[in-house]
Design a protein around this ligand. Structure first.
Ligand code: SAM
Ligand code: ZN
Length: 139
């Protein structure tokens, strides 16, 4: 982990990874959508450590030691993705071959919070939409 040009701390590959390598789990506290909304409403920060499971529950990694929580967002052409396995765990998997030194990133596919302005994106992808919670723009 080190400082990232996109935001704060990021995660960087120290060795090469093949396409479709399981890198780590995105783990943390499992909470309901209502609890997640409540926590978000109390938190004025733009730094969000939550990932949604298919059943609507949320994994909040804010206070966890999970390295995956430091992986930054990249619009559309991210080199990793998050997949839920049969045990309702979130796994970070490489989307393509990644070379040592590259920053790992995930397309968060987030919706912006109602009443909150979009969070500006600094991913520098050619597909960058300008905000990490761009999904809402197309809803
Ligand atoms: C899971 S954290 C990622 C790790 C974070 N860089 C850190 O230092 O803890 C997610 C937050 O990082 C920020 N972030 C991630 N990717 C970003 C990007 N491409 N541009 C701007 N901010 C980003 C946003 O505030 C987002 O809510
Ligand atoms: Zn972007």
């Amino acid at each position: 982990m080190k400082e990232s040009p996109s935001h704060g701390i990021g995660v960087f590959a120290v060795v090469d990874f093949k396409r479709r390598t399981k890198l780590c789990q995105y783990f943390g506290e499992k909470i309901s959508e209502e609890e997640a909304d409540f926590r978000q409403s109390k938190d004025s920060s733009d730094v969000i450590y939550m990932f949604r499971l298919n059943n609507g529950d949320i994994i909040d990694a804010k206070n966890s030691f999970c390295i995956a929580r430091r992986i930054n967002h990249r619009c559309r052409d991210a080199n990793c993705f998050v997949k839920e396995n049969d045990n309702r765990e979130l796994e970070v998997i490489t989307k393509r071959k990644i070379l040592a030194g590259e920053e790992l990133n995930i397309d968060y596919m987030m919706n912006s919070e109602e009443g909150k302005p979009p969070i500006p994106c600094f991913c520098k992808s050619g597909y960058c939409t300008g905000s990490i919670d761009y999904c809402a723009k197309f809803n």
